[in-house]
Design a protein around this ligand. Structure first.
Ligand code: CA2
Length: 150
């Protein structure tokens, strides 16, 4: 099983600013934590982080032909603005789970709306880095169920 983890703008800055909201661990720590979890679960994982909307759209489109079975995405600020990322996820039709480190419902009003939620099977928010592991587990079960139904 191949899972692609996509992180949007500024998440490469994790651990350097706003530790009260996003914690003090870095983006590298996040990738290591997800990799260790996936190794235990027998899942192949790859990572993509970009500060550019079009690059994220391109990477989602590539997932159509690179064997990706499931996508975990934290679109960061693009969550609240990007119809392009929503359309790319709709186009590839790969099972997707949306993750937010913070609880976006408890913050500013503009963070309450997510375009990606319209396509995501599940949205996990406010669980810190652990939310990414929960998303991986959700996809693992979902994809296994889909395969056994075939
Ligand atoms: O809670 C989340 O995971 C967010 O997706 C993070 C986004 C924010 O725009 C969303 O509303 C909620 C922001 C990511 C910025 O990350 C930083 C990390 C460290 C330092 C500065 C920014």
């Amino acid at each position: 099983m191949e899972i692609l983890v996509i992180n949007g703008p500024n998440l490469n800055m994790l651990g350097t600013r706003e530790p009260d909201i996003y914690g003090s661990d870095t983006y590298e720590d996040l990738c290591n934590m997800i990799s260790e979890h996936c190794e235990k679960e027998g899942i192949n994982v790859s990572f993509f982080q970009s500060n550019h909307e079009g690059s994220i759209v391109d990477r989602i489109q590539e997932a159509l032909t690179d064997g990706t079975d499931g996508i975990v995405i934290n679109p960061a600020a693009y969550t609240h603005t990007s119809v392009a990322i929503l359309d790319a996820l709709k186009a590839v039709r790969i099972p997707t789970v949306e993750v937010h480190i913070s609880d976006v419902d408890e913050r500013e009003e503009f963070r309450k709306h997510s375009f990606v939620s319209l396509i995501a099977l599940e949205t996990i928010k406010g669980k810190g880095f652990e939310g990414y592991l929960m998303a991986v587990d959700f996809l693992k079960n979902y994809i296994a169920d889909e395969r056994s139904a075939d």
